[in-house]
Design a protein around this ligand. Sequence first.
Ligand SMILES: Cc1ncc(COP(=O)(O)O)c(C=O)c1O
Length: 399
Amino acid sequence: MTKGPVSTRAALSRLTTASTRSDVPPFMVMDVMAAAARLEARGTRVIHMEVGQPAAPAPATAIEAARLALANGRLGYTEALGVPSLRARIARHYSQRYRIKIDPARVIVTTGSSGGFTLAFIALFEPGDRVAVAVPGYPPYRHILQALGCEPVGIEVSAPTRWAITPEDLMAAHRAAPLQGLLIASPANPTGTMMSAVALTSLVRTAEDAGIRVISDEIYHGLDYAFAAETAAGLSDNGVIINSFSKYFCMTGWRVGWMVVPEALVRPIERLQQNFAISVPTLAQIAAEAAFEGVAEMEGVKAGYAQNRQVLLAGLPAAGLDTFLPADGAFYLYADVSKFSNDSLDFAKRMLDQAAVAATPGVDFDPVNGTKFIRFCYAGSGADMTDAVTRIGKWLAGD
Ligand SMILES: Cc1ncc(COP(=O)(O)O)c(C=O)c1O
Protein backbone atom coordinates (compact mmCIF):
# COMPACT_ATOMS: atom_id res chain seq x y z
CA MET A 1 0.00 0.00 0.00
CA THR A 2 1.43 3.42 -0.96
CA LYS A 3 2.03 5.74 1.99
CA GLY A 4 2.13 9.55 1.92
CA PRO A 5 -0.24 12.40 1.18
CA VAL A 6 -3.19 11.86 -1.17
CA SER A 7 -1.71 14.24 -3.77
CA THR A 8 1.50 12.13 -3.91
CA ARG A 9 -0.54 8.94 -4.31
CA ALA A 10 -2.49 10.53 -7.19
CA ALA A 11 0.75 11.64 -8.84
CA LEU A 12 2.20 8.15 -8.43
CA SER A 13 -0.85 6.53 -9.95
CA ARG A 14 -0.59 8.92 -12.90
CA LEU A 15 2.92 7.56 -13.42
CA THR A 16 1.77 3.98 -13.60
CA THR A 17 -1.70 4.10 -15.18
CA ALA A 18 -1.91 2.31 -18.53
CA SER A 19 -2.88 4.38 -21.58
CA THR A 20 -6.47 4.28 -22.80
CA ARG A 21 -5.45 2.76 -26.12
CA SER A 22 -3.76 -0.16 -24.36
CA ASP A 23 -7.10 -1.06 -22.77
CA VAL A 24 -7.89 -3.93 -25.15
CA PRO A 25 -10.15 -6.84 -24.14
CA PRO A 26 -8.59 -10.09 -22.91
CA PHE A 27 -8.82 -13.41 -24.72
CA MET A 28 -11.50 -15.36 -22.81
CA VAL A 29 -10.08 -18.67 -23.97
CA MET A 30 -7.32 -17.96 -21.43
CA ASP A 31 -9.92 -18.42 -18.68
CA VAL A 32 -10.83 -21.81 -20.12
CA MET A 33 -7.13 -22.74 -20.34
CA ALA A 34 -6.54 -21.73 -16.73
CA ALA A 35 -9.55 -23.80 -15.61
CA ALA A 36 -8.27 -26.76 -17.67
CA ALA A 37 -4.85 -26.47 -15.99
CA ARG A 38 -6.51 -26.52 -12.55
CA LEU A 39 -8.42 -29.70 -13.48
CA GLU A 40 -5.24 -31.33 -14.78
CA ALA A 41 -3.42 -30.43 -11.57
CA ARG A 42 -6.11 -32.49 -9.76
CA GLY A 43 -5.38 -35.46 -12.05
CA THR A 44 -8.16 -35.16 -14.68
CA ARG A 45 -7.18 -35.93 -18.28
CA VAL A 46 -8.45 -32.96 -20.27
CA ILE A 47 -8.86 -33.08 -24.05
CA HIS A 48 -7.57 -29.77 -25.37
CA MET A 49 -9.55 -28.39 -28.28
CA GLU A 50 -9.39 -24.77 -27.19
CA VAL A 51 -6.01 -23.56 -28.38
CA GLY A 52 -5.52 -23.01 -32.11
CA GLN A 53 -2.19 -24.68 -32.58
CA PRO A 54 -0.85 -27.93 -34.04
CA ALA A 55 0.10 -30.72 -31.66
CA ALA A 56 2.91 -31.78 -34.05
CA PRO A 57 6.43 -30.31 -33.93
CA ALA A 58 8.12 -28.27 -36.68
CA PRO A 59 9.34 -30.25 -39.71
CA ALA A 60 12.45 -32.33 -38.98
CA THR A 61 14.26 -30.33 -41.70
CA ALA A 62 13.63 -27.11 -39.74
CA ILE A 63 14.76 -28.59 -36.43
CA GLU A 64 17.92 -29.99 -38.00
CA ALA A 65 18.77 -26.64 -39.64
CA ALA A 66 18.33 -24.89 -36.29
CA ARG A 67 20.55 -27.47 -34.58
CA LEU A 68 23.29 -26.94 -37.14
CA ALA A 69 23.03 -23.16 -36.83
CA LEU A 70 23.37 -23.41 -33.05
CA ALA A 71 26.41 -25.65 -33.39
CA ASN A 72 28.01 -23.14 -35.73
CA GLY A 73 28.02 -20.53 -33.01
CA ARG A 74 27.23 -16.88 -33.48
CA LEU A 75 23.69 -15.76 -34.38
CA GLY A 76 23.74 -12.07 -35.25
CA TYR A 77 21.04 -9.70 -36.40
CA THR A 78 19.79 -10.17 -39.94
CA GLU A 79 18.66 -7.55 -42.44
CA ALA A 80 15.47 -5.93 -41.19
CA LEU A 81 13.49 -7.30 -44.14
CA GLY A 82 14.72 -10.82 -43.41
CA VAL A 83 17.44 -13.24 -44.56
CA PRO A 84 17.65 -12.81 -48.36
CA SER A 85 17.66 -16.55 -49.07
CA LEU A 86 14.50 -16.99 -46.98
CA ARG A 87 12.77 -14.13 -48.83
CA ALA A 88 13.73 -15.76 -52.13
CA ARG A 89 12.49 -19.15 -50.90
CA ILE A 90 9.14 -17.65 -49.88
CA ALA A 91 8.82 -16.03 -53.32
CA ARG A 92 9.50 -19.46 -54.88
CA HIS A 93 6.75 -20.92 -52.69
CA TYR A 94 4.26 -18.69 -54.58
CA SER A 95 5.37 -20.06 -57.92
CA GLN A 96 5.23 -23.65 -56.62
CA ARG A 97 1.90 -23.49 -54.80
CA TYR A 98 -0.07 -20.88 -56.74
CA ARG A 99 1.81 -20.63 -60.04
CA ILE A 100 2.34 -16.89 -59.63
CA LYS A 101 5.52 -14.90 -59.80
CA ILE A 102 6.41 -12.75 -56.78
CA ASP A 103 9.49 -10.55 -56.68
CA PRO A 104 11.51 -11.55 -53.55
CA ALA A 105 12.04 -7.82 -52.97
CA ARG A 106 8.33 -7.60 -52.04
CA VAL A 107 8.65 -10.32 -49.37
CA ILE A 108 9.23 -9.21 -45.78
CA VAL A 109 9.93 -11.65 -42.93
CA THR A 110 7.99 -10.87 -39.74
CA THR A 111 7.71 -12.05 -36.13
CA GLY A 112 4.82 -14.40 -36.86
CA SER A 113 1.87 -13.01 -38.73
CA SER A 114 1.13 -11.07 -35.52
CA GLY A 115 4.23 -8.95 -36.15
CA GLY A 116 3.03 -8.50 -39.73
CA PHE A 117 -0.31 -7.05 -38.63
CA THR A 118 1.32 -4.32 -36.56
CA LEU A 119 3.70 -3.36 -39.36
CA ALA A 120 0.98 -3.49 -42.03
CA PHE A 121 -1.58 -1.51 -40.04
CA ILE A 122 0.92 1.25 -39.22
CA ALA A 123 2.21 1.39 -42.79
CA LEU A 124 -1.28 1.47 -44.30
CA PHE A 125 -3.44 3.46 -41.90
CA GLU A 126 -3.60 6.76 -40.07
CA PRO A 127 -5.11 6.97 -36.57
CA GLY A 128 -8.89 7.21 -36.97
CA ASP A 129 -8.95 5.14 -40.19
CA ARG A 130 -11.80 2.66 -40.43
CA VAL A 131 -10.98 -0.95 -41.26
CA ALA A 132 -13.65 -3.58 -42.01
CA VAL A 133 -13.30 -6.97 -40.30
CA ALA A 134 -15.63 -9.96 -40.35
CA VAL A 135 -17.60 -10.80 -37.22
CA PRO A 136 -17.06 -13.51 -36.04
CA GLY A 137 -13.35 -13.04 -36.56
CA TYR A 138 -9.90 -13.37 -34.99
CA PRO A 139 -10.00 -10.91 -32.03
CA PRO A 140 -6.46 -9.46 -32.37
CA TYR A 141 -7.42 -7.85 -35.72
CA ARG A 142 -9.80 -5.59 -33.80
CA HIS A 143 -7.60 -5.20 -30.76
CA ILE A 144 -4.37 -4.28 -32.62
CA LEU A 145 -6.26 -1.78 -34.78
CA GLN A 146 -7.80 -0.30 -31.65
CA ALA A 147 -4.44 -0.04 -29.87
CA LEU A 148 -3.08 1.82 -32.91
CA GLY A 149 -5.94 4.32 -32.80
CA CYS A 150 -7.76 2.92 -35.85
CA GLU A 151 -11.40 1.94 -35.84
CA PRO A 152 -12.26 -1.71 -36.52
CA VAL A 153 -15.64 -1.84 -38.28
CA GLY A 154 -17.28 -5.21 -37.66
CA ILE A 155 -19.34 -6.62 -40.52
CA GLU A 156 -21.58 -9.42 -39.29
CA VAL A 157 -21.32 -12.45 -41.60
CA SER A 158 -23.82 -15.30 -41.75
CA ALA A 159 -24.91 -18.50 -43.47
CA PRO A 160 -26.48 -17.02 -46.67
CA THR A 161 -23.08 -15.59 -47.71
CA ARG A 162 -21.14 -18.62 -46.48
CA TRP A 163 -19.86 -16.62 -43.52
CA ALA A 164 -17.80 -14.17 -45.61
CA ILE A 165 -17.99 -10.42 -46.22
CA THR A 166 -19.59 -9.74 -49.62
CA PRO A 167 -18.99 -6.77 -51.96
CA GLU A 168 -22.51 -5.58 -51.06
CA ASP A 169 -21.80 -5.71 -47.29
CA LEU A 170 -18.56 -3.85 -47.83
CA MET A 171 -20.10 -1.09 -49.93
CA ALA A 172 -23.01 -0.67 -47.50
CA ALA A 173 -20.53 -0.09 -44.65
CA HIS A 174 -18.47 2.22 -46.88
CA ARG A 175 -21.53 4.30 -47.74
CA ALA A 176 -22.47 4.59 -44.07
CA ALA A 177 -19.00 6.03 -43.31
CA PRO A 178 -15.95 5.73 -45.59
CA LEU A 179 -13.67 2.77 -44.98
CA GLN A 180 -9.93 2.90 -45.56
CA GLY A 181 -9.21 -0.80 -45.15
CA LEU A 182 -10.60 -4.32 -45.38
CA LEU A 183 -9.22 -7.39 -43.67
CA ILE A 184 -9.99 -10.72 -45.34
CA ALA A 185 -9.23 -14.18 -43.93
CA SER A 186 -9.80 -17.40 -45.86
CA PRO A 187 -9.70 -20.02 -44.36
CA ALA A 188 -11.07 -18.02 -41.44
CA ASN A 189 -10.72 -18.32 -37.69
CA PRO A 190 -12.98 -19.21 -35.80
CA THR A 191 -15.33 -20.44 -38.51
CA GLY A 192 -12.97 -22.57 -40.63
CA THR A 193 -14.93 -21.36 -43.68
CA MET A 194 -13.28 -20.40 -46.96
CA MET A 195 -14.16 -18.01 -49.76
CA SER A 196 -14.43 -19.39 -53.29
CA ALA A 197 -12.01 -17.92 -55.84
CA VAL A 198 -14.94 -16.03 -57.40
CA ALA A 199 -16.09 -14.55 -54.07
CA LEU A 200 -12.55 -13.50 -53.11
CA THR A 201 -11.88 -11.96 -56.52
CA SER A 202 -15.03 -9.88 -56.53
CA LEU A 203 -14.46 -8.68 -52.95
CA VAL A 204 -10.85 -7.63 -53.65
CA ARG A 205 -11.87 -5.88 -56.91
CA THR A 206 -14.77 -4.05 -55.24
CA ALA A 207 -12.59 -2.88 -52.36
CA GLU A 208 -9.75 -1.66 -54.54
CA ASP A 209 -12.14 0.09 -56.98
CA ALA A 210 -13.54 1.97 -53.98
CA GLY A 211 -10.04 2.92 -52.79
CA ILE A 212 -10.22 0.55 -49.81
CA ARG A 213 -6.87 -1.08 -48.99
CA VAL A 214 -6.92 -4.86 -48.73
CA ILE A 215 -5.08 -7.01 -46.20
CA SER A 216 -5.40 -10.75 -46.71
CA ASP A 217 -4.56 -13.01 -43.76
CA GLU A 218 -3.54 -16.29 -45.39
CA ILE A 219 -2.13 -18.00 -42.29
CA TYR A 220 -4.30 -21.12 -42.78
CA HIS A 221 -3.35 -21.63 -46.42
CA GLY A 222 -2.28 -25.19 -47.09
CA LEU A 223 -4.89 -26.42 -44.61
CA ASP A 224 -7.85 -26.72 -46.95
CA TYR A 225 -10.07 -29.78 -47.29
CA ALA A 226 -13.03 -28.73 -49.43
CA PHE A 227 -11.22 -26.81 -52.19
CA ALA A 228 -7.88 -25.04 -52.70
CA ALA A 229 -7.43 -21.58 -51.18
CA GLU A 230 -6.81 -18.68 -53.56
CA THR A 231 -4.14 -16.13 -52.68
CA ALA A 232 -4.99 -12.44 -52.97
CA ALA A 233 -1.38 -12.03 -54.19
CA GLY A 234 -2.55 -13.49 -57.50
CA LEU A 235 -5.40 -10.99 -57.79
CA SER A 236 -3.66 -7.70 -57.14
CA ASP A 237 -0.20 -6.24 -56.53
CA ASN A 238 -1.73 -3.54 -54.32
CA GLY A 239 -2.84 -5.65 -51.38
CA VAL A 240 -0.86 -6.74 -48.33
CA ILE A 241 -0.66 -10.52 -47.91
CA ILE A 242 0.12 -11.84 -44.45
CA ASN A 243 1.19 -15.42 -43.78
CA SER A 244 3.08 -17.43 -41.19
CA PHE A 245 5.02 -20.60 -40.48
CA SER A 246 2.87 -21.12 -37.37
CA LYS A 247 0.04 -23.28 -38.68
CA TYR A 248 0.79 -25.36 -41.81
CA PHE A 249 4.45 -25.73 -40.76
CA CYS A 250 3.59 -26.32 -37.07
CA MET A 251 5.99 -23.58 -35.90
CA THR A 252 3.88 -21.44 -33.55
CA GLY A 253 6.62 -21.02 -30.97
CA TRP A 254 9.31 -20.09 -33.49
CA ARG A 255 7.55 -16.78 -34.15
CA VAL A 256 8.22 -16.34 -37.82
CA GLY A 257 5.92 -15.25 -40.62
CA TRP A 258 5.97 -13.12 -43.74
CA MET A 259 4.26 -10.46 -45.78
CA VAL A 260 4.05 -9.78 -49.49
CA VAL A 261 3.56 -6.04 -49.90
CA PRO A 262 3.28 -3.52 -52.75
CA GLU A 263 6.71 -2.29 -53.85
CA ALA A 264 6.03 1.22 -52.52
CA LEU A 265 5.53 -0.12 -48.98
CA VAL A 266 8.77 -2.11 -48.74
CA ARG A 267 10.99 0.74 -47.61
CA PRO A 268 8.48 2.27 -45.13
CA ILE A 269 7.98 -1.16 -43.55
CA GLU A 270 11.72 -1.78 -43.52
CA ARG A 271 12.19 1.45 -41.56
CA LEU A 272 9.46 0.43 -39.09
CA GLN A 273 10.97 -3.03 -38.63
CA GLN A 274 14.47 -1.56 -38.12
CA ASN A 275 13.14 0.61 -35.32
CA PHE A 276 10.68 -1.81 -33.72
CA ALA A 277 12.59 -5.08 -33.73
CA ILE A 278 15.84 -4.68 -35.71
CA SER A 279 15.18 -8.10 -37.19
CA VAL A 280 13.20 -11.32 -36.70
CA PRO A 281 15.03 -13.98 -34.60
CA THR A 282 17.79 -15.39 -36.78
CA LEU A 283 17.46 -18.99 -35.62
CA ALA A 284 13.76 -18.98 -36.50
CA GLN A 285 14.48 -17.60 -39.98
CA ILE A 286 17.07 -20.33 -40.66
CA ALA A 287 14.62 -23.00 -39.49
CA ALA A 288 11.79 -21.48 -41.55
CA GLU A 289 13.78 -21.64 -44.76
CA ALA A 290 14.49 -25.33 -44.16
CA ALA A 291 10.81 -25.94 -43.30
CA PHE A 292 9.95 -25.71 -47.00
CA GLU A 293 11.93 -28.93 -47.48
CA GLY A 294 9.64 -30.60 -44.95
CA VAL A 295 6.43 -30.31 -46.96
CA ALA A 296 6.03 -34.10 -47.32
CA GLU A 297 6.09 -34.41 -43.50
CA MET A 298 3.60 -31.54 -43.12
CA GLU A 299 1.26 -33.13 -45.68
CA GLY A 300 1.21 -36.15 -43.36
CA VAL A 301 0.22 -33.89 -40.46
CA LYS A 302 -2.49 -32.32 -42.64
CA ALA A 303 -3.84 -35.79 -43.49
CA GLY A 304 -4.25 -36.31 -39.73
CA TYR A 305 -6.30 -33.08 -39.46
CA ALA A 306 -8.44 -34.29 -42.38
CA GLN A 307 -9.16 -37.52 -40.50
CA ASN A 308 -9.91 -35.61 -37.28
CA ARG A 309 -12.30 -33.39 -39.23
CA GLN A 310 -14.16 -36.49 -40.45
CA VAL A 311 -14.37 -37.83 -36.88
CA LEU A 312 -16.00 -34.55 -35.76
CA LEU A 313 -18.25 -34.18 -38.81
CA ALA A 314 -19.66 -37.64 -38.14
CA GLY A 315 -19.34 -37.75 -34.35
CA LEU A 316 -20.60 -34.34 -33.21
CA PRO A 317 -24.10 -34.69 -34.77
CA ALA A 318 -24.37 -38.13 -33.17
CA ALA A 319 -23.33 -36.52 -29.87
CA GLY A 320 -26.07 -33.89 -30.19
CA LEU A 321 -24.21 -30.94 -31.76
CA ASP A 322 -25.71 -31.14 -35.23
CA THR A 323 -25.45 -27.53 -36.42
CA PHE A 324 -22.09 -26.16 -37.46
CA LEU A 325 -20.51 -24.06 -40.17
CA PRO A 326 -18.90 -25.58 -43.29
CA ALA A 327 -15.52 -26.79 -42.01
CA ASP A 328 -13.67 -25.98 -45.25
CA GLY A 329 -10.20 -25.31 -43.90
CA ALA A 330 -7.84 -24.42 -41.02
CA PHE A 331 -8.45 -26.84 -38.12
CA TYR A 332 -11.58 -25.34 -36.61
CA LEU A 333 -15.19 -26.34 -36.36
CA TYR A 334 -17.61 -23.65 -35.18
CA ALA A 335 -20.66 -25.32 -33.65
CA ASP A 336 -24.01 -23.82 -32.74
CA VAL A 337 -24.82 -24.79 -29.13
CA SER A 338 -27.97 -22.63 -28.80
CA LYS A 339 -30.10 -25.79 -28.46
CA PHE A 340 -28.38 -26.27 -25.10
CA SER A 341 -27.37 -22.78 -23.96
CA ASN A 342 -27.34 -19.12 -24.94
CA ASP A 343 -24.22 -18.51 -22.88
CA SER A 344 -21.27 -20.10 -24.68
CA LEU A 345 -18.79 -19.15 -21.93
CA ASP A 346 -20.90 -20.99 -19.36
CA PHE A 347 -21.39 -23.92 -21.79
CA ALA A 348 -17.60 -24.15 -22.33
CA LYS A 349 -16.96 -24.05 -18.57
CA ARG A 350 -19.52 -26.79 -17.89
CA MET A 351 -18.26 -28.96 -20.78
CA LEU A 352 -14.78 -28.65 -19.27
CA ASP A 353 -15.88 -29.38 -15.69
CA GLN A 354 -18.24 -32.23 -16.51
CA ALA A 355 -16.83 -33.80 -19.72
CA ALA A 356 -13.18 -32.65 -19.44
CA VAL A 357 -13.23 -31.30 -23.01
CA ALA A 358 -11.83 -27.76 -23.40
CA ALA A 359 -13.13 -25.61 -26.28
CA THR A 360 -13.34 -21.86 -26.92
CA PRO A 361 -16.55 -19.87 -26.35
CA GLY A 362 -17.72 -17.97 -29.43
CA VAL A 363 -17.95 -14.72 -27.45
CA ASP A 364 -14.21 -14.35 -27.93
CA PHE A 365 -14.81 -13.93 -31.67
CA ASP A 366 -18.23 -12.31 -31.74
CA PRO A 367 -19.51 -10.48 -28.65
CA VAL A 368 -23.14 -10.71 -29.80
CA ASN A 369 -23.94 -13.96 -31.66
CA GLY A 370 -20.90 -15.71 -30.24
CA THR A 371 -22.99 -16.49 -27.16
CA LYS A 372 -24.50 -19.30 -29.26
CA PHE A 373 -21.27 -20.84 -30.59
CA ILE A 374 -18.29 -22.92 -29.49
CA ARG A 375 -15.05 -23.31 -31.47
CA PHE A 376 -13.42 -26.72 -31.51
CA CYS A 377 -9.80 -26.99 -32.69
CA TYR A 378 -9.11 -30.39 -34.25
CA ALA A 379 -5.31 -30.12 -34.51
CA GLY A 380 -4.82 -32.73 -31.74
CA SER A 381 -4.46 -36.51 -31.95
CA GLY A 382 -7.01 -38.76 -33.66
CA ALA A 383 -7.54 -40.75 -30.45
CA ASP A 384 -8.39 -37.51 -28.60
CA MET A 385 -10.98 -36.53 -31.22
CA THR A 386 -12.76 -39.88 -30.91
CA ASP A 387 -12.62 -39.65 -27.13
CA ALA A 388 -13.94 -36.05 -27.25
CA VAL A 389 -17.07 -36.89 -29.24
CA THR A 390 -17.79 -39.82 -26.90
CA ARG A 391 -17.39 -37.61 -23.82
CA ILE A 392 -19.54 -34.81 -25.30
CA GLY A 393 -22.24 -37.30 -26.33
CA LYS A 394 -22.43 -38.78 -22.81
CA TRP A 395 -22.38 -35.34 -21.21
CA LEU A 396 -25.16 -33.91 -23.40
CA ALA A 397 -27.22 -37.05 -22.85
CA GLY A 398 -26.83 -36.47 -19.10
CA ASP A 399 -24.97 -39.75 -18.45
C1 LIG B 1 -6.42 -15.98 -38.19
C2 LIG B 1 -5.12 -15.86 -37.47
N1 LIG B 1 -4.24 -14.94 -37.88
C3 LIG B 1 -3.07 -14.76 -37.24
C4 LIG B 1 -2.72 -15.53 -36.14
C5 LIG B 1 -1.39 -15.26 -35.46
O1 LIG B 1 -0.48 -16.25 -35.68
P1 LIG B 1 1.12 -16.08 -35.61
O2 LIG B 1 1.42 -14.76 -35.03
O3 LIG B 1 1.57 -17.22 -34.78
O4 LIG B 1 1.60 -16.18 -37.02
C6 LIG B 1 -3.59 -16.52 -35.70
C7 LIG B 1 -3.24 -17.34 -34.52
O5 LIG B 1 -4.00 -18.12 -34.03
C8 LIG B 1 -4.82 -16.68 -36.38
O6 LIG B 1 -5.71 -17.60 -36.00
